[in-house]
Design a protein around this ligand. Structure first.
Ligand code: NAD
Length: 475
């Protein structure tokens, strides 16, 4: 298969191509156009030219087209899920039942919402102030590889529904479904130039895109290192920065232990551990630490690692050999830092023949982790859990916050007062009490500290995709 750029509604061949590999089998899935400044400039010019007409389209008409795009995705869930699983190694049970259906929902949700954008009024004795919300213009939408289709639709849906035009740049490691999204947008009747897709490496295609003076807003999801670089490169623009995490999963002695264990396992091992909101630091009160560790390890060793196309598989391959090497380097580091390897490690999982050459790692659990160790401080972004004992509530809050990141957090306790106290004290954009991560499209999604700035979801998406204007009328 060959994947080209989509610029102004036309397939534009690359001057150069790179290969997208299936991380489970190493087979070449596609030759992908490698974009650079020329393609970015053409895509931004197309988006700029398409903007006035698209922005002026009455919201119900835009909504119809955006909803139609959702319908087209919903009609192709198995095919898109298969494509995403082949491209990323994310297991089919997740892509087919959760991630791709949710992508369709993103379009339905923002189609509805764009017809309901309202404003505020601030009457005074002398003036009537009211707010208008305008689309921003050309937006750069940049996505990572871990759940690329869902993440890109989470950006494309509000961006287009609110009347903006876009240049989407997917990760070079997972370009397949973005190419499909561009084609489906055209099929839905969204005019050429409204959604452009440029493929390529971050340095070659991402950098000229974020620097481009005609790009008014950047919605970026990716690593903290890249986020920092973009903020420096981009100049004065609107930003939404959804960055890395190392989220605390705090279990108090009075927690409903079975449920907490299930959720802890899910939050670190699902999505191959390649999840920004992973509960990767599992803080457990000392009085229950030994029992929790034993039962957590029992569950971790029962996890099926294998073919991502098998419905029973929970952990598929890491996205690339480079990423596998990074995850393995942390597994190797843990014991040297003084952590106890409780299960997993550097051995090879037992794999079906089809995926024998895949980028696999065993689900790994480290016990007796000190929060200052690198395995506890760095985002490993793989199926590696750190169990960290704590004394009491104050100690739990101190450890939870002793980290550069602040994306998500999880608190397990039956004490309602404590649940609210910890939720208020934890430095994170999101806190889930007695729950794994659940997404409601109205929630503000995003992080604080090194996990980013800005929030997306519901009216929070106004922040990046709409420009408020105050009108003051003299009375
Ligand atoms: P990455 O930062 O390496 O790349 C992300 C995207 O940025 C890719 O499309 C890449 O090509 C592009 N890019 C790279 N350099 C660029 C530059 N200089 N200018 C513009 N674009 C550039 O991240 P990744 O490895 O693809 O993804 C994993 C990271 O994403 C993890 O840190 C994870 O936590 C984070 N993530 C965050 C969220 C969230 O919502 N907070 C969600 C998913 C993933």
């Amino acid at each position: 298969m060959r994947i080209d750029h989509l610029i102004d509604g036309r397939q534009v061949p690359g001057r150069d191509y790179f290969q997208s590999l299936n991380p489970a089998t190493q087979e070449v899935l596609a030759e992908v156009a490698a974009g650079g400044e020329a393609e970015v400039n053409a895509a931004v010019a197309a988006a700029k030219a398409a903007f006035p007409k698209w922005a002026a389209l009455p919201a119900p008409q835009r909504a119809r087209l955006v909803r139609k795009l959702g319908d087209l995705i919903a009609a192709q869930v198995p095919e898109i899920a298969r494509m995403e699983t082949d491209d990323t190694g994310q297991v089919i049970a997740q892509t087919g039942k959760q991630l791709v259906p949710r992508a369709a929902d993103n379009f339905y949700y923002f189609a509805e919402m764009c017809t309901r954008v309202d404003g505020h009024t601030y009457p005074t004795e002398t003036h009537l102030n009211y707010t208008l919300f305008h689309p921003v213009g050309v937006c750069a939408l940049i996505s990572p590889w871990n759940v690329p289709f869902m993440t890109s639709t989470w950006k494309v849906a509000p961006c287009l529904a609110f009347g903006n035009t876009a240049v989407l740049k997917m990760s070079e490691l997972s370009p397949l479904t973005a190419a499909r999204l561009g084609a489906l947008a055209l099929e839905a009747g969204i005019p050429p130039g409204v959604l452009n897709v440029v493929h390529g490496y971050g340095k070659d295609a991402g950098e000229p895109l974020v620097r481009h003076p005609d790009v008014r807003a950047i919605s970026f999801t990716g690593s903290t290192a890249t986020g920092n670089r973009i903020v420096k490169e981009a100049g004065l623009k609107k930003f939404s920065m959804e960055l890395g995490g190392k989220s605390p999963f705090v279990v108090f002695e009075d927690a409903a232990l079975d449920r907490a264990l299930d959720a802890a396992v899910f939050m670190i091992f699902s999505n191959n551990g390649e999840r920004c909101t992973a509960g990767s630091r599992i803080l457990v009160q000392k009085s229950i630490y030994a029992e929790f560790a034993k039962r957590f390890v029992e569950r971790a060793t029962r996890i099926t690692v294998g073919d991502p196309l098998d419905e029973k598989t929970l952990i598929g391959p890491m996205i690339s050999q480079a990423h596998l090497a990074k995850v393995r380097s942390y597994i190797e580091l843990g014991p040297r830092e003084g952590a106890t390897l409780l299960c997993g490690g550097l051995g090879a999982p037992d794999l079906p023949e089809r995926v024998g050459k895949g980028n696999y790692v065993l689900p790994t659990v480290f016990g007796d982790v000190d929060n200052r160790m690198k395995i506890a401080q760095d985002e490993i972004f793989g199926p590696v859990a750190c169990l960290i004992p704590f004394e009491d509530e104050a100690d739990a809050i101190r450890i939870a916050n002793d980290i550069a990141y602040g994306l998500s957090s999880y608190v397990w306790t039956e004490n309602i007062g404590r649940a609210h106290r910890v939720a208020a004290a934890v430095e994170a954009g999101m806190c889930f009490v007695n729950s794994q991560n659940v997404r409601d499209l109205r929630q503000p999604f995003g992080g604080t500290k090194a996990s980013g700035t800005g929030r997306e979801g519901g009216t929070w998406s106004y922040e990046v995709f709409l420009e408020p204007k105050n009108v003051a009328v003299s009375l």
